[in-house]
Design a protein around this ligand. Structure first.
Ligand SMILES: NC(=O)c1ccc[n+]([C@@H]2O[C@H](COP(=O)([O-])OP(=O)(O)OC[C@H]3O[C@@H](n4cnc5c(N)ncnc54)[C@H](O)[C@@H]3O)[C@@H](O)[C@H]2O)c1
Ligand SMILES: [Zn+2]
Length: 1594
């Protein structure tokens, strides 16, 4: 039989295991079926695929099969089986289903089974084929890139089990593998990248040339995979596009390598291990992050980490790691665990180093306990021809986020080394060599994103050809002699955030020549940050010279559109006071202008002259001499072409070189840097001579090398006055040395009037605006070592200390700033146990810094796992931008602003005050003299300055009329676009008018001259347009609230709101942790009547849902909603789920009112709701817009099916799920159950969709079971509510009771340990709570005066849930526990035990909730005026005083603490055991206190204090103790009896807040309850029961 013409195709054939069974090409279906039908004849062909692919290709498959079958006269059957897409299909269940179906279809041994799909289909189908009737033939038709290059090749088949992936399977080779690349066009780009990870891996271990091709053509290759060819183009070589040929080459190349390796070692005994490069660590990561992250994505990160392992072992160079990193990034793959795609998913918190190491233990490659990793030795080659043994310590060093340097003497001294190449010189050398004539070999080039971007751009402009030698250590440049062309097809040059490249290329692009008419200009652009970086002066100068350059987006910033042939030459004037890079940019290109250039620098003081000199010196080395007119800033540059030297050695970066030299200085050893010396033009090269020598080091410098020998350890001299203006970046290195420079400085440098050990570094003001405010950073971090510092306008002062007096064990925050990290690494070489919290901060300039410390200098480094990595991070990350408040006068901006600043620990500024300081006039005076428009102009100027100068945590309240000018509105809108926050403060209109009337017309603000209502109406849209958020100010207390309660509720809400919108605290429950969570649905048309009961209504709930559509029975205005929301906030601290439910989804919102829906949802987002519900039934465009502005809010994407028609296993429902998952952080699917069996279908569905937190329930009575089983945010009702939000809704108590009965909640035993505890009310407290929530737990007393066998037995029993611990056991219990919280450690006492299961193991944790109770009591009762520093008095120095002191020190207002005790020595002992920063002062009398306390806490027994000696025997409290200058204070008596102690009576009579011991007992009990149950305690009920019991006893 001969093939009919249309079954022919051209394919590349690749041989595996001795047969050419892999066929690669395009549009192969006819060819595939023809080949199968002729080569593998059978009565039955079974095609297995998934529903995704079936939707795309099934009809085509059937049609092509029939055509071929008909033409061949075949009678064979063609059967198709579809499974659900996703890894879930690789299961025993699905395998069995396929087998049963095949048996039912009477398939016999001659059946040929075709796997059509990705790796999942291939693995599953292959395994079916391997065992069906003891093995039948099978064919792979892979449709994902991963399957094409990896899983379909090699014959490994498998399914997953709960114990792990791919654990059951077999080797079963397919008869044929047809790789049809045309299928890739429908593959999502994320899946393409996923496959590219394997392609890159294969090239990296085996063929350097392939890797280089992947590296240089990333964009083309990605494009080729996705571009849709016309019809069947590409089936034959002659009609293949260039893109198709490239893709074919890349994929075949990769398959070829894999096939080769498999052929040599089919059963994976050694060599085949190599294809596991990146997989040892990658698999461990995947195990934690699956299914959210894909295999290839995890392997991508794994490859980088494993390459770093090789680098750390000294086997692989940083150049190779850099190339690998950039290549993976170019294909859109993540390269580190801090990648946002990874860090943002909840499961990422499970990526602890120990967990990863633990998972790696079960790797199939391991022999025994020894872990194995494939080590690269260079790109294209591995260290061994198999995986190598690697110790855990090395893995830990690479995996840990933090590092420590073991202090001691560098063992390699005298060290001789080179440090990374200078970035400035590297960038210049690249431009020069590219523009030059001939070949230039550049050595020691810095390999960074910046230089890579520069090389890419120059290649795109066809300006030069780059290649690599020596495994990448040498870059070979074939110069283009200045001939460049605009990029083909108008392609933009993307420069990321590489500032130098942007500035240099701006001029380079003016000298390119025009190409085709489709690309008349060159566009250079970058990331968001780049688009804010100024470039105006350079563009001005070039434009003046005739260049045509346009700003594509913002004025004076990139992106730029540059017309070719633009550099005319002649006289160019350039303002050079901002950046010397503008000057260098013009200088470098000047020889290629049409006329010789005379460059005149204007504007006075030229910045960074040394960089200009560097450019000129380098130009000379490339054959062009620039002439500087004597004593002027005028340069003449002749026309010409650079002549490339055959080699060019890039000098080391002088700033980097300071670190090893400083290590020599501080450790008293010797270090030579061989790549930088006295001839260097880099300012920092003077560091050795001008900083180290005066400190007492021996410095020898040749033209190109520098050697430093430090004095004996501890003998560095202080610097005195030192001007570091020429070497500003090195000031951090100097600062750490100055910190231990305890010898007096040289006399001539002495700082007048200061100590001789003073180092005063000046000329470094610019360091405040680098990666971080470096002066502040150095001061804060040095303080952790106990080093005193100070700062002034352009510098820092450091007071040297004896080495031995510095604090060891400091944990240094590096601000993600490489210089901070490396400077403190120097200090850690002499201060033991210093931890550098983010070791990767060095990556910017010296990625292998820590490896070099270890391998080249001989200082051992270790990985350190931070205890509370995630929490410490959120505390440290202060927002980048200030927060502005806008709104009408009288809306409450000042009140809110001050409280917000207090909550964020930041500053508050009133713009009016600044205006006054600035103009020396009040606003109204100013308006009177200068008029409104002048006033607005000045106001706008101030706003501009605020945006530029103020940093995070700063709250600035602006004048009400700021929005009147378009310019100010623009500034605010831009601020928001850049990630800043502007909060519109609103208040009910009537309230504001009333308020303004009440205060009368004030002198500070002028009158508008028009009505209030008019003004406010006119401004309303502007306020909206210029704000990102809205805070509705409810000034009146809720019905049952006192003024004080209202104020503290406002404070709580303001703190929540501002912390929330700044991204500092989400106030959200932890979803997806396996804990059940729920929210209460509020169904009131007006929630006001329910506010008093809110505590009871929300018992056991984790959030409250506000059903906005039900408010005002569906007719609520936005103002009404805002007000209701605001009142709800004052009534409950719980997070809010904000839902607008439309009619067809079961609510009241009109389904045709899209605009109303959008406005209401936006209101929820702007109001900072923790969750906002979005219905996916609205148009996709609307959903896109809403989700784009969600900020920190989490979206609950919802779908409700009221019809009851949608089955949980239907494709329709799956489609709804996909849509919800696309938009939501939480997916909400609600069906209608007809029978209880529907709930089982739901459960199966939920189990198959673990990707996102899923709220899936069935309505109706038959669906109640689903509400009991649903783990995430189950909507609940409460008996006190007027109606249920949905049919079948249950209460928390009902659900908990049912869960208890179903065995879903294990009954636990809780205890009180201590003695005497006979009268304790703790059992009442906790048992009331358990009962109120329907929990099956029991709390009982266990009296014991020591930790005896009884206690040991209790805490080791499996039913043990936790315990309260009281005297005398708070200390003694500690050794029996597995983990103690940081707080409890500092306080030195445990009052709470929690039994938890962590990673499958039982863990007993010790906590202290006493301090939390005290902290809470103070926080919610104390009123401070802003900026006031209060004083707190603690009475007593026993154990409890420690909790009190700790609570005080953790207050955001940081009070001064006075500690009183009758025996002063005891007080001193307590004080000295806390950090100095707590600021504790001990006193032995209560008379004449150094300042008036506003907080008094007594920790002594109730009878130890008295008001007068007539009343008792204790210490007498002075009558005036409870007075204060401003608002009344708060007194807390921790004594439990009597109820009214002397302190409390004194407080009450003085008008102070008095908090009793019972109240503190309740508060600490609530915290315990939270720790034990994971949810809030029903506080009101508990408090009631406890008081009843307590009062009955007394
Ligand atoms: N056997 C081996 O040697 C080996 C090697 C590597 C990976 N694997 C296995 O492969 C599996 C992963 O394979 P995968 O990455 O191909 O994932 P996959 O099979 O799950 O496919 C990914 C997704 O893409 C869809 N899809 C597939 N082809 C498409 C196309 N042409 N157009 C549009 N959509 C398409 C699928 O429906 C699926 O939703 C894992 O189970 C892994 O263990 C096996
Ligand atoms: Zn893989």
């Amino acid at each position: 039989m001969s093939a009919s013409a249309d079954t022919q195709a051209e394919v590349s054939k690749i041989s595996i295991l001795g047969s050419e069974s892999i066929h690669v090409g395009f549009h192969l279906l006819p060819y595939i079926f023809h080949t199968i039908l002729t080569k593998l004849p059978s009565s039955t062909y079974v095609l297995v695929t998934d529903t995704n692919l079936a939707a795309l290709y099934l009809s085509q498959l059937e049609e092509e099969f029939n055509n071929v079958s008909r033409s061949l006269g075949s009678k064979s059957r063609f059967l198709v089986y579809q499974v659900s897409p996703g890894e879930g299909a690789k299961s025993r269940k699905v395998k069995a289903e396929i087998e049963d179906w095949m048996l039912g279809e009477k398939c016999v041994r001659d059946t040929v089974i075709l796997a059509f799909g990705g790796g999942v289909i291939g693995d599953l189908t292959g395994f079916v084929a391997a065992t069906f009737m003891r093995g039948i033939k099978f064919v792979q038709i892979p449709t994902t890139l991963l399957a094409m290059v990896d899983s379909s090749v090699g014959g490994k088949t498998a399914i997953d089990t709960p114990a792990g992936k791919n654990l059951i399977g077999s080797f079963w080779q397919p008869s044929c593998i047809f790789v049809d690349l045309a299928f890739l066009t429908s593959l999502p780009s994320r899946e393409v990248s996923n496959g590219m990870a394997e392609v890159i891996k294969t090239a990296a271990i085996w063929v350097e040339e392939d890797f280089a091709a992947l590296e240089s053509s990333a964009t083309e290759i990605s494009l080729a995979a996705s571009s849709k060819p016309e019809s069947t183009a590409g089936r034959f070589a002659k009609d293949r596009s260039a893109a198709q040929s490239l893709l074919l080459r890349v994929v075949s190349g990769s398959i070829h390598v894999k096939a080769h390796i498999v052929t040599i070692d089919e059963r994976e005994t050694g060599l085949r291990n190599l294809v596991n490069f990146g997989h040892t660590i990658g698999h461990a990561i995947e195990a934690v992050l699956t299914p959210t992250m894909l295999h290839g994505e995890c392997v991508s990160v794994g490859m980088i980490l494993e390459a770093e392992v090789a680098r750390s072992l000294g086997v692989l160079s940083q150049v190779a790691v850099g190339r690998l990193t950039r290549c993976l990034k170019a294909y859109g793959l993540p390269v580190s665990l801090s990648d946002r795609r990874i860090a943002s998913i909840p499961a990422a918190s499970g990526l602890t180093v120990e967990r990863l190491l633990d998972i790696m233990k079960v790797d199939k490659k391991n022999s025994g306990s020894q872990k194995k990793v494939v080590l690269l030795s260079r790109i294209g080659k591995t260290f061994e021809e198999k995986a190598s043994n690697v110790d855990d310590d090395v893995l830990r060093r690479v995996l840990c986020e933090a590092a420590s340097v073991v202090s001691g003497t560098p063992t390699k001294s005298p060290v001789v080394m080179a440090t990374p190449g200078s970035k400035s010189i590297s960038n210049r050398a690249l431009i020069l060599a590219a523009l030059g004539k001939g070949t230039c070999r550049i050595r020691n080039l810095l390999h960074s994103d910046d230089t890579a971007v520069m090389m890419n751009a120059l290649s795109e402009l066809k300006g030069a050809v780059f290649s690599w030698e020596d495994g990448g250590d040498t870059v070979v440049v074939e110069g283009g002699e200045g001939s460049l062309t605009t990029p083909a097809g108008g392609k933009e040059l993307y420069l990321q955030n590489a500032g130098t490249a942007m500035r240099f290329l701006a001029t380079v692009c003016t000298v390119v020549s025009a190409t085709s008419p489709d690309a008349p200009t060159t566009i250079i652009t970058g990331n968001a940050r780049m688009k804010q970086r100024p470039i105006g002066p350079l563009v001005d100068a070039l434009r003046e010279n005739g260049a045509k350059i346009d700003y594509v987006e913002g004025e004076s910033c990139p992106p730029l559109r540059i017309a070719p042939n633009g550099l005319q030459g002649g006289h160019i004037r350039l303002a050079a006071t901002v950046s010397s890079q503008y000057v260098s940019s013009i200088l470098l290109c000047a020889p290629y202008a049409k006329e010789p250039i005379t460059l005149e620098l204007t504007g006075g003081q030229v910045i960074s002259q040394p960089y200009i000199d560097m450019t000129i010196a380098m130009m000379k080395e490339f054959g062009i001499s620039v002439e500087r007119q004597p004593d002027s800033d005028i340069y003449r540059i002749p026309k010409g072409v650079y002549v490339n030297p055959s080699t060019y050695n890039v000098e080391s970066d002088a700033s980097s070189a300071t670190y090893p030299l400083a290590i020599a200085a501080i450790t008293g050893t010797t270090c030579t840097i061989s790549t930088i010396g006295s001839s260097s033009l880099q300012g920092d090269a003077r560091f050795a001579k001008e900083v180290l020598e005066p400190m007492g080091c021996k410095v020898e410098q040749t033209a190109s090398s520098t050697t430093v020998t430090g004095p004996p350890v501890g003998h560095l001299k202080a610097l005195g006055n030192v001007d570091m203006e020429p070497m500003t970046d090195a000031f951090l290195t100097a600062s750490v040395l100055a910190a231990v420079a305890a010898q007096p400085c040289n006399a001539e440098r002495e700082v007048a009037g200061s100590r001789p050990v003073t180092s005063r570094i000046y000329g470094i003001a610019n360091q405040r605006v680098k990666e971080c405010n470096r002066i502040e950073a150095m001061r804060t971090q040095l303080a952790k070592f106990g080093v005193e510092t100070d700062e002034f306008d352009d510098g820092i002062i450091i007071y040297g200390k004896q080495l031995s007096t510095l604090t060891s064990g400091a944990s240094v925050h590096c601000y993600d700033d490489h210089r901070v990290g490396m400077a403190f690494a120097v200090l850690s070489s002499v201060i033991p146990n210093t931890v550098l919290e983010e070791k990767r901060c060095v990556e910017k300039t010296w990625p292998n810094f820590f490896d070099d410390l270890q391998n080249k200098m001989g200082l051992q480094t270790n990985g350190v796992e931070l205890q509370h990595a995630s929490t410490s991070k959120s505390h440290q990350s202060t927002p980048q931008h200030p927060i502005f408040l806008i709104g009408m006068r009288g809306a409450g901006k000042t009140y809110i602003g001050k409280l917000a600043a207090e909550a964020l620990g930041g500053e508050y500024t009133d713009a009016d005050d600044v205006f006054g300081e600035h103009t020396k006039l009040s606003v109204s005076q100013y308006v009177e003299t200068h008029g409104w428009s002048e006033f607005r102009a000045t106001e706008t100027k101030l706003l501009h300055a605020f945006v530029k100068e103020k940093r995070g945590n700063h709250i600035i309240s602006l004048g009400g009329g700021i929005v009147e000018t378009p310019e100010a509105r623009q500034i605010l809108a831009k601020h928001i676009a850049n990630g800043g926050r502007v909060v519109h403060v609103t208040r009910e209109m009537g309230d504001i008018e009333g308020y303004l009337d009440s205060i009368g017309s004030t002198a500070a603000r002028p009158n508008w001259g028009e009505g209030f209502a008019e003004v406010s109406q006119r401004r309303a849209p502007w306020y909206r347009e210029c704000s990102s958020h809205e805070f509705f100010n409810t000034l009146a207390p809720l019905s049952d609230q006192s003024q004080d309660d209202h104020h503290s509720a406002m404070r709580r809400e303001i703190a929540r709101f501002f912390n929330f919108i700044s991204g500092l605290a989400t106030n959200r429950p932890n979803l997806g942790s396996g804990r059940f969570s729920s929210f209460l649905s509020l169904t009131f048309p007006d929630i006001t009547p329910a506010l008093t009961d809110m505590d009871e209504l929300t018992e056991g709930a984790d959030a409250v849902e506000l059903r906005v559509d039900l408010l005002a029975s569906g007719r609520a205005t936005e103002e009404y909603v805002a007000k209701q929301l605001s009142m709800l906030r004052l009534a409950t601290p719980l997070p809010i789920v904000y839902s607008v439910r439309s009619k067809d989804q079961g609510g009241l919102h009109a389904p045709d009112n899209l605009e109303g829906y959008v406005n209401l949802v936006n209101l929820g987002l702007r109001a900072g709701c923790e969750f906002v519900d979005i219905e996916i039934c609205w148009p996709v465009k609307t959903l896109d817009q809403l989700v784009a502005s969600k900020g920190v809010t989490h979206i609950v994407a919802s779908w409700h099916d009221w019809s009851g028609e949608m089955a949980w296993d239907s494709p329709a429902l799956r489609a709804k799920y996909d849509l919800c998952a696309k938009y939501g952080d939480v997916v909400k699917l609600v069906g209608m159950a007809k029978s209880t069996a529907d709930n089982l279908a739901l459960a199966t569905f939920a189990a198959d969709h673990p990707e996102k937190p899923l709220l899936a329930i069935n309505m109706g009575a038959a669906g109640q079971m689903s509400r009991i089983l649903n783990p995430t945010l189950t909507p609940v009702t409460h008996p006190l509510l007027p109606s249920r939000a949905a049919p079948g809704q249950l209460s928390v108590v009902q659900i908990n009771t049912a869960r208890g009965l179903l065995g879903m909640i294990q009954p636990r035993q809780y205890y009180l340990f201590g003695s005497p505890i006979g009268a304790s009310v703790s059992p009442t407290l906790h048992n009331t709570g358990f009962q109120a929530l329907g929990l099956p737990h029991v709390y009982s007393k266990h009296e014991a005066a020591q930790v005896d066998q009884g206690i040991i037995d209790i805490i080791s029993s499996p039913e043990f849930g936790g315990a309260s611990v009281t005297i005398p056991l708070k200390l003694d219990i500690i050794p029996t526990l597995d983990m103690i919280s940081e707080h409890a450690k500092i306080i030195g006492a445990v009052n709470t035990i929690v039994s938890l299961t962590v990673d499958g193991k039982r863990q007993l944790q010790g906590h202290n909730t006493d301090w939390q109770a005290i902290h809470k009591a103070v926080e919610s009762n104390l009123t401070l005026s802003t900026g006031e520093r209060s004083t707190a008095l603690v009475i007593g120095a026993g154990g409890t005083s420690r909790a009190a002191i700790y609570a005080l020190a953790r207050l955001s207002s940081k009070p001064r603490i006075l500690l009183f005790n009758r025996t002063l020595a005891n007080a001193q002992k307590v004080a000295s055991s806390f950090p100095e920063s707590f600021d504790i002062e001990t006193i032995d009398t209560l008379d004449n206190l150094p300042s008036r306390p506003k907080i008094i806490i007594s920790t002594v027994p109730g009878d130890s204090l008295c008001l007068s000696h007539a009343e008792g025997t204790g210490i007498q409290l002075p009558k005036g103790l409870c007075t204060s200058d401003a608002a009344p204070g708060i007194a807390i008596d921790l004594a439990y009896k009597p109820h009214q102690t002397a302190l409390l009576s004194l407080a009450s009579t003085s008008g102070w807040k008095a908090v009793s011991g019972v109240e503190i007992l309740c508060l600490q009990g609530f915290k315990q309850f939270e720790l034990w149950t994971g949810g809030r305690a029903p506080e009101k009920k508990i408090r009631q029961a406890v008081m009843d019991k307590y009062l009955a006893q007394t």
